[in-house]
Design a protein. Structure first.
Length: 245
């Protein structure tokens, strides 16, 4: 019997391949913030050739790496495409960072390579751009009542949003990654794709709590309020980027 009345299961996709950009830190932040609310968290690391069952997990995370890992990861991700789509269309929260963001889209095209189809959870197309997007970034998040989100970007990709998604952020500072550089990332249901690292969830506790609350709401089919936490360190880091941009 579980010692806690609430329980969440995380599917961490392909940590053996995509393991850069503070990915494990994002997972650790999610787990610790949930546990402080007396929510038990079980982490499942999904490796190459393993199959995913949509109904088994409450939060999905896929991270980043170098571009050479994209096509290799896609081979295994395609085997779980239908189950992941079932979860996404059921509002199960997902966070796709960097390479994971590209793989979740309709297609991506790297420099001097042919266009490759992604798993089409996010209605986006990604191409190699002419510029390097590097440095701290600040934006406002429409679905979080326009509260600020901060992070760090280091990539050379341009993303074109289609009608099926909305921007993750409206930019205040930084170059971003979407066409015309006015927005960053993409959102569909409770799926968010972004290039922001840092780690993202450590510097934005309100975003982490969005994923925790969404996961609980979908699993238990009711709104479960989250007890407030002392986030002085997290907000110090967040505000430091705000003040220096």
């Amino acid at each position: 019997m579980s010692k806690n009345p609430l329980k969440l299961k995380i599917a961490y996709l392909y940590p053996d391949i995509l393991k850069g950009f503070c990915d494990k830190a994002n997972i650790d932040v999610f787990i610790q913030r949930a546990k402080k609310r007396n929510v038990e968290v079980v982490l499942h690391e999904i490796y190459a050739n393993e199959r995913v069952q949509a109904s088994k997990y409450d939060f999905y995370y896929i991270g980043g790496s170098n571009t050479q890992a994209l096509n290799y990861t896609l081979e295994f991700l395609k085997k779980n495409e239908e189950e992941l789509k079932i979860a996404a269309y059921s509002n199960v929260p997902m966070l796709a960072v960097n390479c994971g963001y590209q793989l979740f889209g309709n297609s991506y095209q790297l420099h001097n390579q042919r266009k490759t189809e992604g798993i089409k959870i996010l209605d986006i197309d990604t191409n190699t751009g002419k510029n390097l997007y590097y440095g701290a970034l600040v934006g406002v998040c429409p679905f979080l009542r326009n509260r600020t989100i901060v992070g760090f970007e280091n990539h050379g990709m341009v993303t074109f949003l289609k009608s099926g998604v909305s921007p993750f952020l409206i930019l205040r500072n930084g170059k971003g990654n979407n066409a015309k550089d006015k927005t960053e990332g993409a959102k569909f249901n409770n799926v968010i794709g972004t290039y922001l690292t840092g780690p993202l969830l450590a510097q934005n506790p309100h975003l982490c709590d969005f994923f925790i609350a969404a996961a609980l709401r979908v699993k238990y089919k009711c709104k479960i309020p989250l007890a407030p936490l002392c986030d002085d360190i997290e907000w110090y880091s967040h505000n430091f980027i705000l003040e220096t941009k």
